[in-house]
Design a protein around this ligand. Structure first.
Ligand SMILES: [Zn+2]
Length: 273
């Protein structure tokens, strides 16, 4: 496949109106992002409390605005959790968000839903009507869920460390199309080996991804680069899960310098389908 270098990503002015086929992504922190198209908005991995001493946390003001549904975080339709690790997911905070914002539907691996149930009380039962737990294992066929605004494809790709570490983690790669327009892919902490993406070529070829969000380590291996450039049908990638120190460009390793990465909470881009 020919690699297409996209020139459709534009620096965004936060208040500028979006055209019909334009979508917007805003970086929260670590692997947290908001993606919006028209009146549809979704969040990936937005609430977590552990930086492990090297990743960014969502700034307090941003986090508070998410919780209270203050613009631009009003009218969020869905929240996606890639996996249940503490630098991606806080069960207490996600439960609080679902209780505060009753229009939000949650899509998460069953491991995260189990954690959510552990912190929920009897009076929280109605929250779980808006929770879809994805009981997927490595090797399972992808699932597709279609809602009024979203087409959601989900498949497990093992967590980095495979095949010797963290093999018990359900790490979900979500491919989500908003309003039959833009398609984004959030990859969680996927392991960057071709073998995971070679098993179901048709699935990956089937849909064009306008913007993929790989963990930055995909840029650092030949397998990872081949996956992004040739195997999973994506127009453009922005790396996430970037260590805090890379917010200073002087600290970005040379092999990453030619790739786009998110390093500052609140930064954003527009993109087109
Ligand atoms: Zn993880």
């Amino acid at each position: 496949m020919i690699r297409i270098i996209s020139c459709v990503l534009l620096l965004v002015g936060a208040s500028a109106a979006l055209g019909q086929d334009e979508s917007r992504i805003q970086y929260l922190a670590n692997e947290g992002v908001m993606v919006s198209h028209a009146e549809t908005s979704i969040l990936f991995d937005p609430l977590f409390n552990n930086s492990y001493g090297q990743y960014q946390l969502v700034p307090d003001a941003m986090r508070e605005a998410i919780m209270t549904g203050t613009p631009p975080y009003d009218g969020i339709d869905a929240v996606f959790i890639s996996h249940y690790h503490d630098d991606h997911f806080s069960a207490v905070d996600v439960l609080q968000l679902l209780k505060a914002q009753t229009g939000i539907h949650l899509y998460a691996p069953t491991q995260a839903v189990v954690a959510l149930r552990e912190v929920a009380g009897d009076s929280d039962e109605d929250v779980f009507e808006r929770v879809t737990g994805l009981d997927l294992e490595y090797g399972d066929a992808p699932v597709e869920i279609i809602t009024k605004q979203l087409t959601i494809d989900a498949v497990v790709i093992p967590h980095s460390g495979w095949p010797t570490a963290r093999t018990d983690v359900q790490n979900i790669v979500f491919r989500v199309t908003l309003d039959d327009s833009s398609t984004v892919m959030h990859m969680g902490d996927a392991d960057p080996r071709i073998v995971h993406f070679a098993a179901d070529e048709e699935y990956w070829e089937d849909k064009r991804v306008d913007l993929a969000l790989p963990p930055y380590w995909f840029f650092g291996t030949s397998d990872g680069r081949e996956i992004l450039e040739e195997r999973i049908n994506i127009r453009h990638s922005i790396g996430i899960h970037v260590p805090d120190k890379y917010a200073n460009p002087d600290n970005v390793p040379a092999e990453l310098a030619r790739y786009e990465i998110f390093t500052r909470p609140g930064e954003g881009r527009r993109f087109r389908r």
